[in-house]
Design a protein around this ligand. Structure first.
Ligand SMILES: Nc1ncnc2c1ncn2[C@@H]1O[C@H](COP(=O)(O)OP(=O)(O)OP(=O)(O)O)[C@@H](O)[C@H]1O
Ligand SMILES: [Mg+2]
Length: 325
């Protein structure tokens, strides 16, 4: 049984889930909406991943990300993506210091812990690539010289759905730099009413409940979360289902399966468990496989959704407790 592999003390696990709860409460001071969304951000953070947030204008994407960053006690910067944004506006540039006649580096906003890339699909591919490279490598290249970024480093990028005019959709091959993609929908009637009722009240200040060191520690602890053989089988069976699906052109890759595994460990940890449950896999699969599956052109024309394929996989693939040999 998974629990016999216990490596993280019960005390520590309780503390971690309390931190998670406090983050939820702090974010709720500014953002009124489902706690599941904040849980996804925490999961990605602990799994050393990045998040792509998609939603129409005005559903509080920026509000959510700002509140989340504030709770982490980490350095935070924001870049508004525009059609004229240059790669060096993200990475930085060297400038000539006239007094000493030497070149000095002026660091761009990528040199931070939490980077909000707002409306990432409003900048052209070259600028998006600079950000995606930073996310992938944890470093940026400024005029030929590689520079390491801070740790932790997390990108939270927002985008409006691609059918909106004047946008540059992220290339399929690059969307998978984001560990998790979440959709933000319109609020429930009740939440929207609460939002209207409180809009002119001064917001209670959001407290930092963590430090960068705490984040790094959580990330290391997540590595120790136990994964049973059955969970490996389950993740593999789900990804194979997506590859064999007749409406799928490109299914979940081995990298996607690994992404799901890492995220499951992080989700388990922030919920006070040192072992992964099949429910972790079920909860995360849509936000991890959804943006990594490419449909056949026919299926796309028919309006099939990649998340539908993931739902089908979750319905059809059974979690098998006993391992077959
Ligand atoms: N669920 C919500 N909770 C709290 N405030 C909200 C909520 N929804 C909308 N608002 C308010 O609506 C306004 C717009 O929010 P915000 O700027 O975060 O949206 P956005 O999704 O980033 O929009 P855009 O796509 O235009 O950048 C803010 O004043 C915010 O406080
Ligand atoms: Mg915004």
């Amino acid at each position: 049984m998974a629990t016999t592999h216990k490596e993280i003390s019960g005390n520590l696990l309780t503390q971690i889930s309390q931190i998670h709860e406090t983050v939820q409460n702090e974010v709720a001071k500014a953002y009124i909406g489902p706690p599941a969304l904040v849980q996804s951000l925490m999961t990605a953070l602990v799994a050393r991943g990045h998040v792509l947030i998609e939603g129409v204008p005005g559903v509080a994407k920026t509000t959510l990300v700002k509140a989340f960053a504030a709770t982490l006690g980490c350095q935070y910067k924001r870049v508004q993506f525009t059609p004229d944004l240059l790669p060096s506006d993200i990475t930085g540039t060297t400038i000539l210091d006239m007094r000493t006649n030497t070149f000095e580096l002026r660091e761009g906003p990528a040199f931070t812990n939490i980077l909000l890339g707002d409306e990432i699909n409003r900048a052209p591919a070259k600028t998006q690539s600079a950000l995606l490279e930073a996310m992938q490598e944890g470093q940026v290249t400024i005029e030929g010289e590689a520079r390491t970024l801070e740790k932790p480093f997390m990108v939270l990028a927002t985008q409006n759905p691609i059918e909106h005019e004047g946008t540059y959709p992220l290339p399929d091959a690059q969307v998978d730099r984001f560990l998790i993609k979440v959709q933000m929908h319109y609020p429930s009637a009740e939440d929207e009413r609460r939002m209207l009722g409180t809009y002119n009240e001064t917001l209670a200040p959001i407290s930092a409940v963590m430090s960068p060191e705490d984040v790094l520690r959580l990330q290391d602890l997540a590595d120790q979360v136990h994964v049973a053989e059955e969970i490996f089988d389950y993740i593999l069976a789900l990804s194979h289902f997506s590859r064999d699906h007749r409406q799928v052109y490109l299914g979940a890759s081995p990298r996607a399966a690994l992404a799901l595994l890492k995220a499951c460990k992080a989700l388990a940890l922030i919920n006070a468990r040192d072992y992964v449950l099949p429910d972790d896999v079920k909860e995360l699969a849509p936000m991890i496989f959804g943006h990594r599956i490419i449909l056949t052109p026919d299926a796309e024309l028919e309006g099939v959704q990649t998340r539908g394929v993931v739902s089908e996989a979750l319905e059809r693939v059974a979690y098998k407790q006993v391992r077959r040999h």
